[in-house]
Each structure stands twice: as structure tokens, then as C-alpha cells.
Design a protein around this ligand. Sequence first.
Ligand code: SAM
Length: 216
Amino acid sequence: MDFKKQREEMVKRQLIPRGITDREVLDAFLRIERERFIPDSVREDAYKDFPLPIGEGQTISQPYMVALMTQCLRLTGKEKVLEIGTGSGYQAAILSFLSREVYSIERIFSLAEKVKKLLKQLNYNNVKVFIGNGTLGLQEYAPYDRILVSAGAKDVPPPLVEQLGEGGIMVIPVGSAYSQELIVVEKKDGKVSSKVVERCVFVPLIGQYGWEEKGE
Ligand code: SAM
């Protein structure tokens, strides 16, 4: 299977025509081997235009959605980034390529442990993965220049707004448990503004400032 060719096709057919124009973002998508972040059982679909299961009832997002969220962050390579919802680690790898350091939180132990090993093996040395409830952010390393939430929230969790630094940008899906709007939140001169950029569907953000886990 020629994954390099599939990467090029993905960028050409799924990303550029939908408005992903940031050259650095496109380069990251050309370089990072998405197939490495995906279970063997679905590896041949690694570059298809939809989300894929990664185990534990969770998903790796569609390439376009990962690209759109990344482009919305307007990264320059100097930022400290917080990601909520490590999942497969693919988004963290993309962020690692485009920023100074990445702190990524995952609530499911087995997923987080798998990603820690994988990122070490692939030498992504500027990403730190934590196990915990990302709706509380990660106070220890705050403030962050950028925050990316890759699970669907009810509302923007207040701790994340607090931990976003001055001049910071956060991208977060907000809505119901089944469909959301992708929102870009900016903090400028202490004031917080937000705008909607796209409709989207993410697995729920679970936790104190998110949804209750089913069966709780
Ligand atoms: N960014 C991921 C990737 O590149 O594969 C995709 C993430 S997946 C759509 C959403 C992830 O968010 C799941 O792995 C889920 O367990 C995690 N999650 C949900 N609520 C969370 C929370 N409160 N804190 C941390 N992770 C959470």
C-alpha cells in the first residue's frame, strides 16, 4: 500500500479544495504518517475522508477536521499548546510539528499509554501526554498560547478560558452530544470573543465541565 501517495491525494482532494491553504499545515499533513496512529484492522482506510475507530469507543477525526482545527490556531512554531482528547495521538503529532510544545490530556488510560509509547518511538519529543479530566485543563503548565479540544463540549469549560493566555486562541466543538459547531475563541486585551467556523460531529467531552459518562 503506497501511503505516501495516499497522503498526497488526501491533501490534494480533501484539504485544499475545502479551504486548507496554510502551507505549513499542508506540509505537516504530507509528512505525518497517519497510518501509524491507526489500528491494523482499519489501516487501509487511514487516508479516507471520514473518522475511524481507535478502540474504547473512540475515534480519530476525519483528516479535514484535524486540518481545519489546526489551521484555526494560526500556529507560528513558537506556541505552547494544550490539547484535550489525545485519542490516537495523530492531532498531537500534527501540533508537535507546528508548535514549540504540546501538552495533551486523555481520560482513557489505555489510549494515553499507547500514545505515550508511540510518540516516544517516533521521536515526538515535544509532546507530553497526561491522563486526566481535560475539562479542568492542566493548571500546572498554564497559561497556554493555544488550546485545541477534540471532543464535543456542552459549553466552553471555564477553566480552559482561564488557562488561555493573552492573545491566545482556542478551538472547540460546542453543541449537543450528537452534533456541534466548531468555535474559535480568542482572548485579546483580556476580552473573550468567539465565532463559529463549521458544523461538526465529535464524540462527547466527558467530565466535570462536559457530559456525564453514559451509565453514570
Ligand atoms: N485528537 C484525537 C486524535 O487525533 O486521534 C481524536 C480525539 S477523539 C475524537 C476524542 C478523545 O477525547 C477520546 O479519546 C476521548 O476519550 C477523549 N476525551 C473525552 N473527554 C475527555 C476529557 N474530559 N479529558 C480528556 N480526554 C477526553
